[in-house]
Design a protein around this ligand. Structure first.
Ligand code: NDP
Length: 297
């Protein structure tokens, strides 16, 4: 069998961002509505700072109103919740994202639950999770939305009847991606750390989504020939080259062993530049969706 088609997440994210920018321009011109995104960063976590900067820059580039609130790591819970409540009440803000993880001592769940579900563009509020599980209009988490866009671009809009296996059941990725696949009329299996005979379960999949966080855990011989493989995992490992590894240099790999998987799969996302770039683009898309709904457009 020939090598799998590479699913290009960077190109897909570029195209989604330009689609969002034209929707923003249309909302401004026809309705006088500028979608607004507020991002809240608590503390100094370096990775979070990079993510937050990128969210701010990309929302501005799409023509959106964008504000970033930076709070110190010792911010009390009630002050953080007070900020979220003021953003809930701010008519210029349609999307609120509190960057996770929060510093120790802050209750992440309580903070997420304080966000107005209609402005919960990260899709993590229980109301949005409930709406998603009942097949109602919701704001869905960004990475799972990105997975679905990549799948539809690869396999076409109609995923109905395909067998999908999702490895991982987190609230952030595994569960919501499984719900979205179910909404798309796939036959869905959710696997996790207690699943027996995981290799055999994976081999049943026309669509295999890996969201585990274990480097190269899924080898090519767990993959059904021709399957579409979406690798959500982002894992930092030493370089294979011993000289580079000895210098302490690292690289990113997914949960799927890309080299062997590519020999078998029909299509596969690389890591990096697969699912990753879709996450922020979907955050922008969710903010436009929230603005439309809030204004009844
Ligand atoms: P979590 O740690 O929250 O969840 C991991 C899941 O994998 C759990 O459900 C766990 O099962 C399951 N699991 C762990 N070990 C095994 C195993 N041996 N066999 C089968 N299942 C197993 O991770 P997340 O969902 O938050 O993230 C998963 C990966 O995706 C990470 O690498 C993360 O960095 C990446 N990620 C990438 C994003 C992107 O933008 N591309 C965004 C978000 C995450 P159990 O529930 O039984 O413990």
């Amino acid at each position: 069998m020939s090598e799998a088609k590479l699913i290009d997440g960077r190109a897909a994210a570029d195209s989604l961002r330009s689609q969002v920018a034209s929707e923003v321009a249309d909302l401004k011109a026809r309705f006088g509505v500028t979608p607004g995104l507020a991002v809240v960063l608590v503390g100094e976590d370096p990775a979070s700072q990079v993510y937050v900067r990128s969210k701010g820059e990309q929302s501005l580039a799409a023509g959106m109103h964008s504000v970033t609130h930076r709070l110190s790591a010792d911010t009390p819970q009630d002050v953080l919740i007070g900020l979220v409540q003021s953003l809930n009440a701010d008519p210029a803000i349609h999307g609120i994202l509190v960057q996770m993880p929060l510093p120790r001592g802050l209750d992440e769940k309580a903070v997420v639950e304080a966000i107005d579900p209609d402005k919960d563009v990260d899709g993590l509020h229980v109301v949005n999770a409930g709406r998603l599980s009942q097949g109602l209009p919701s704001l869905s988490p960004c990475t799972p939305l990105g997975c679905m866009i990549l799948l539809r671009q690869t396999l076409g809009d109609d995923l109905s009847g395909l067998r999908a296996v999702v490895v991982g059941r987190s609230i952030l990725v595994g569960r919501p991606v499984a719900q979205l696949l179910l909404q798309a009329d796939c036959t869905v299996t959710i696997a996790h750390s207690r699943t027996r005979e995981l290799a055999a379960v994976c081999r049943e999949a026309d669509i295999l989504v890996a969201a585990v966080g274990r480097p190269r855990m899924i080898p090519g011989d767990w993959i059904r020939p021709g399957a579409a493989v979406i690798d959500v995992g982002i894992n930092r490992v030493p370089f294979d080259d011993p000289a580079k590894a000895a210098e302490g240099r690292t690289k990113l790999v997914g949960d799927v062993d890309f080299k062997s998987a590519r020999e078998v799969a029909g299509a596969i996302t690389p890591v990096p530049n697969g699912v990753g770039p879709m996450t922020v683009a979907c955050l922008l898309a969710n903010t436009v969706t929230a603005a439309r709904r809030i204004h009844g457009i």
